[in-house]
Design a protein. Structure first.
Length: 269
């Protein structure tokens, strides 16, 4: 006999309170858990072998007809199921218009030594990115460009922030992501013979004139301050994106897209 999911209607239920707490980084890190909200994000997590501990669903918020199959897939992956009332789900949802699906999964940690790189690795290194939406978009860009990994240095926002998960549209689960200190990352790149190309407006070298082929790590800085003196000093080459108007900088996610796809163009020639 199949066991029916537990139904939760009270906003004071301990599970509802715990889900709300997991929006906070300290609570996530203490529990070693994070939230995955949305049909597309949960589907991509399952496709990449993520095994959610729990899945919360609310049929009143469903947007299509495929949700039951996804719920069954999560159950087969070992998730404990909970059905929430519409009000209860609205309490725990991060989105203004949720789609009635929210999973809880275990955080993971990868080290630089876990990377398995070919002879011409293509890496993206980002330093001290502050806005979760930007970090999520950067992950999507790295995936689209075919980067072998994204290395997050001196992290200000954590990769398991709900806005990172959402903005990455689930790419968080498909691109290897390493979180490490800048000095350790630089030493790793030097050891592996990977050329470091850093972006800054304070150089005459245009990014389109730089050689972005071969073993390469493109380094992008924070939204407010750009790259630290450490990376500007330790890089093999500094490049800039030309700015014709009054603005002296681009959004870091947009600048990342531009630089990555110039590298893609050159590497595909």
């Amino acid at each position: 006999m199949a066991i029916l999911p537990e139904k939760i209607t009270s906003l004071q239920n301990p599970r509802i309170k715990q889900l709300v707490k997991l929006r906070d980084r300290r609570e996530r890190d203490d529990a070693g858990l994070f939230l995955i909200e949305g049909y597309r994000e949960i589907r991509r997590a399952l496709e990449k072998g993520v095994r959610p501990k729990e899945l919360y669903f609310s049929p009143g918020w469903f947007l299509g007809e495929n949700e039951p199959a996804l719920i069954d897939q999560a159950k087969q992956a070992g998730a404990q199921l909970f059905e929430l009332s519409k009000d209860a789900f609205a309490k725990v949802a991060y989105r203004e218009r949720p789609d009635g699906l929210l999973a809880v999964a275990t955080q993971w940690k990868h080290a630089l030594t876990d990377l398995r790189l070919g002879p011409h690795p293509f890496l993206l290194v980002v330093e001290s990115i502050e806005k979760p939406g930007n970090l999520g978009t950067i992950l999507r860009s790295a995936d689209a460009a075919g980067c072998d990994a994204v290395i997050v240095c001196d992290a200000v926002t954590d990769i398991f922030n709900p806005n990172v998960v959402r903005a990455s549209t689930g790419v968080l689960f498909s691109v290897p992501i390493i979180v490490a200190e800048s000095a350790a990352v630089q030493a790793f790149l030097v050891e592996k013979g990977i050329r470091i190309v850093a972006t800054t407006p304070d150089t005459p070298n245009l990014y389109t004139k730089a050689d972005l082929r071969g073993a390469l790590a493109i380094v992008m800085g924070s939204e407010q301050y750009g790259l630290s003196p450490f990376w500007l000093k330790e890089s093999n080459l500094l490049v800039r994106i030309p700015m014709a108007g009054q603005a002296d900088s681009l959004n870091v996610a947009m600048a990342t897209i531009i630089t990555l796809f110039e590298a893609v163009r050159q590497r595909n020639c």
